[in-house]
Design a protein around this ligand. Structure first.
Ligand SMILES: [Zn+2]
Length: 248
């Protein structure tokens, strides 16, 4: 079958669950950025026993794909997380770390070679495990209370055109007119309901914190990447409504 081979460099991490999982348990792709200044240090961390973190794949700045943990084992990349009716997504997911210093160290655009490798790797995994588009997520989608990665520079729109993850099909030029436009409380409530339909979870977030704001920021990082302010505006509402229809 074409497309069912993938060439990677092997550099195994000791951080994984010894018990194998079933192929049918693999339902998610989770994208991350490393959030470290130096790529070498990120690889070191993901392969050192002390850190207790790992991922299945690592995509270097030059596009090279490293296998850290074989897919049949659970890697430790998602932590406390939820999406749809799933919790603790390590068990159900394949974690892909992409080298990028992240928000803490001058967040940069992902390299073209990295995105090419994201494409190649995702296509391979989607075919092999029959991954549904609604289960292709970023770390900030599933842990919105504590994570920003892979961040607003991750090219979700481009990837969706290659059938990797969902995006809206609204006219971008028209949408801009609705940016920062005020909305009613009723519309805000509908927006939040639509977020839950998409898969965002309210269960991770302490009731004392501003749940709606945290979820809105996560939504914007993913689906309205030009302005991330945690405010529900008319553009967010339109995008969210459009996207929620795909997540049935
Ligand atoms: Zn992450």
């Amino acid at each position: 079958m074409p497309g069912l081979n993938l060439i990677t460099t092997i550099n195994y991490s000791p951080n994984f669950q010894v018990k194998k999982r079933k192929k049918s348990e693999i339902k998610f792709l989770v994208f991350h950025y490393t959030g470290m200044k130096k790529e070498k240090d990120a690889i070191k961390r993901l392969t050192s026993k002390k850190s207790k973190v790992s991922s299945h794949y690592f995509i270097k700045k030059n596009g090279e794909i490293i296998t850290l943990v074989p897919n049949s084992y659970i890697a430790w990349h998602a932590g406390v997380s939820a999406w749809n009716k799933y919790k603790f997504l390590n068990k159900y997911s394949i974690g892909i770390e992409i080298s990028n210093p992240g928000h803490e160290f001058k967040y940069t655009n992902f390299k073209n070679k990295q995105i090419k490798s994201v494409l190649k790797l995702s296509r391979f995994l989607i075919r092999k495990y029959n991954i549904n588009s609604k289960f292709i997520v970023g770390h900030s989608d599933i842990s919105p209370n504590r994570k920003k990665d892979p961040g607003e520079k991750f090219p979700w729109k481009y990837l969706s055109k290659k059938n990797i993850g969902y995006w809206h099909n609204l006219n971008q030029k028209k949408l801009i007119n609705y940016r920062s436009k005020n909305v009613s409380d009723f519309e805000k409530n509908t927006f939040i309901e639509n977020l839950y339909k998409i898969g965002y979870s309210k269960n991770l977030i302490n009731k004392n914190t501003n749940l709606n704001k945290i979820l809105t920021i996560a939504f914007q990082r993913r689906f309205r990447q030009e302005l991330i302010n945690g405010k529900i505006d008319k553009e967010c509402i339109l995008i969210c409504e459009n996207i929620s229809k795909k997540y049935k």
